[in-house]
Design a protein around this ligand. Structure first.
Ligand code: PMP
Length: 433
C-alpha cells in the first residue's frame, strides 16, 4: 500500500478506536476492510467538502451514505436544528413539525395516505414488514438478492451493502426459522419473482424491493421490472413495498414512484427525510396504515419517534428541495457529467468499467458489464476498486469504501468539483489495468 491516506492524528485515533469498538467503528463498512488502508477520522464538513482530523480536505461523494442531498451543514438545516434544539430536544408527545413532515411526505408520494415516523431505515423496513404481515395474515416475504433493507433478522439474507462488502452471505445470529420466511428472487428478473410467488402464493405477505438497487452498487430497474412486480403483487393479494430509503427525494421529489408511475402499497423512507439526523418513515394506503396501534392490532412504538430535531432538519431539507423547481434537473446534469467523465477516464486507461447511474446516484463498477443484478455486480474486480479508492482518497476525493455502494452528488457539488474529480479519476485509473 503506497498511497498515504491518513495522517498521524487519524492513525492515533484508529488505534484507540480499535481497542474500544468492534473493528474500530459503529457500522462495518466504515472500517475500510474492503478497500485496504485505515479510515481518516472526520473533524468537520461543509458543502461538498469534508476535513479529517489532520486537516486534509476532500471532495465527499459519500454524503453520509445518501441523506445529504444539500451537501454538508447547509445553512437552512443548521439553523433549523439550532432553533429546534433550543426549544427542547425530545418530548415524547405530538408536535406540529411531525404533522408538517407528514404533509410533505404524503404530498410527494400519492401512494402514501398516512405515514409513521421512526428512527432509522432499518426500523422503518422492519415495521413495514410487520404491518404487511398483520394486514395480510401471511408470513413470507419476497426480497431480491443484493437488495439491503437494514439489518433486521429476516432481511439479512443475500443483503448486499456491508454484507456484500465483507462477503457474508447472511449473518450468524439469525434463527434459521426467520431466514426461512424470506424468499429470494433475482433483481431485474420478473420470471424469478413470479416463480417464487407461484410456489408460495398464499403464504406471501409482501414483496420488498429497492426500486433502484443501491446496495450492490447502483443497479437501475430494467424497463417493465417494477410494473411487473406491481402486477404480480396485485394478482396474488400481496403487498408491494418499495424501499425508497435511498431513492426517496433523491431521484425525484416523489422518488422512483414519481419517475415510473408505479405505485407501491407501502413505502419505506429514511436518509433525506431526516436531513442527516436519525429518522425513518413508512407509509401507504389508509386501510393498511390504520391497522397500526393505536387504531389497530399491529404494534410499533418509539420513545424518540418524530424527534423534534430530526423532524426540523428533515423539514428544512424537504422544503429547500420543494422550493427549487430546477433541483432534480441540475442534480441529474451534474450526475451525467460525472458519469461521462468516469467512463472516459476508465476507457482512456484501458480499464474495463461499467458506470451505472440514475439521477445523482451512481457506481463505477470495475467490471466489463453489463451490471444488472447481484450476480453481475459481484463479478467486479474489488481489489482494483480498492486501489482506485485509495488513489482517489490520496488525491482528495472521498468515495464509498466499497465497490458495492453508491456515489452521491449533492446540490453543493460545483462544476469545478466534478471536473476536479474527473481529473483525479483519470490519473487514478492510469496504471490500474
Ligand atoms: N434500506 C435501504 C435501501 C438502505 O440503503 C438502507 C441503509 N443504507 C436501509 C434500508 C437501512 O437504513 P438505516 O441504515 O438508516 O437503518
Amino acid at each position: 500500500m503506497t498511497d498515504r491516506i491518513t495522517g498521524p492524528n487519524s492513525q492515533a485515533m484508529w488505534k484507540r478506536a480499535q481497542e474500544l469498538m468492534p473493528g474500530g467503528v459503529n457500522s462495518p463498512v466504515r472500517a475500510f476492510g474492503a478497500v485496504g488502508g485505515e479510515p481518516p477520522f472526520v473533524a468537520r464538513a461543509k458543502g461538498s467538502r469534508i476535513w479529517d482530523v489532520d486537516g486534509r480536505e476532500m471532495i465527499d461523494y459519500v454524503c453520509s451514505w445518501g441523506p445529504l442531498i444539500l451537501g454538508h451543514a447547509p445553512e437552512a438545516v443548521v439553523s433549523a436544528v439550532r432553533a429546534a434544539a433550543g426549544s427542547g430536544t425530545s418530548f415524547g408527545a405530538p408536535t406540529a413539525a411531525e404533522v408538517e413532515l407528514a404533509e410533505i411526505v404524503t404530498r410527494a408520494f400519492p401512494s402514501i395516505e398516512m405515514v409513521r415516523l421512526v428512527n432509522s431505515g432499518t426500523e422503518a423496513a422492519m415495521s413495514a414488514l410487520r404491518l404487511a404481515r398483520g394486514f395480510t395474515g401471511r408470513s413470507k416475504v419476497v426480497k431480491f438478492e443484493g437488495c439491503y433493507h437494514g439489518h433486521t433478522d429476516g432481511l439479512l439474507v443475500k443483503a448486499g451493502s456491508g454484507a456484500a462488502t465483507l462477503s457474508i452471505p447472511g449473518s450468524h445470529g439469525v434463527p434459521a426459522g426467520y431466514a426461512a420466511e424470506t424468499l429470494l428472487a433475482r433483481y431485474n428478473d420478473i420470471d424469478s419473482a413470479r416463480q417464487v410467488v407461484e410456489a408460495h402464493a398464499s403464504d406471501v405477505a409482501c414483496i420488498i424491493v429497492e426500486p433502484i438497487a443501491g446496495n450492490m452498487g447502483v443497479v437501475p430497474p430494467e424497463e417493465g421490472f417494477l410494473a411487473g412486480l406491481r402486477e404480480l403483487a396485485s394478482e396474488n393479494g400481496i403487498l408491494l413495498i418499495f424501499d425508497e430509503v435511498i431513492t426517496g427525494f433523491r431521484v425525484a421529489f416523489g422518488g422512483m414512484q414519481e419517475r415510473t408511475g408505479v405505485r407501491a402499497d407501502l413505502t419505506v423512507l429514511g436518509k433525506i427525510i431526516g436531513g442527516g439526523l436519525p429518522i425513518g418513515a413508512y407509509g401507504g394506503r389508509r386501510e393498511i396504515m390504520e391497522r397500526l396501534a393505536p387504531l389497530g392490532p399491529v404494534y410499533q412504538a418509539g420513545t424518540l419517534s418524530g424527534n423534534p430535531i430530526a423532524t426540523a432538519a428533515g423539514l428544512a431539507t424537504l422544503r429547500a428541495l420543494e422550493e427549487d423547481p430546477g433541483v432534480y434537473a441540475s442534480l441529474d446534469a451534474k450526475g451525467a457529467e460525472l458519469e461521462e467523465g468516469l467512463r472516459e477516464a476508465a476507457s482512456s486507461a484501458g480499464v474495463p468499467a461499467t458506470v451505472n447511474r440514475l439521477g445523482s446516484m451512481m457506481t463505477a463498477f470495475f467490471n466489463a458489464g453489463p451490471v444488472t443484478d447481484y450476480e453481475s455486480a459481484k463479478r467486479s474486480d474489488t481489489e482494483r476498486y480498492g486501489r482506485y479508492f485509495r488513489r482517489m482518497l490520496a488525491a482528495g476525493v472521498a468515495l464509498a469504501p466499497s465497490q458495492f455502494e453508491a456515489a452521491f452528488v449533492s446540490t453543493a457539488h460545483t462544476d469545478k468539483d466534478i471536473s476536479r474529480t474527473i481529473e483525479a479519476a483519470t490519473e487514478a485509473m492510469r496504471g490500474l489495468e
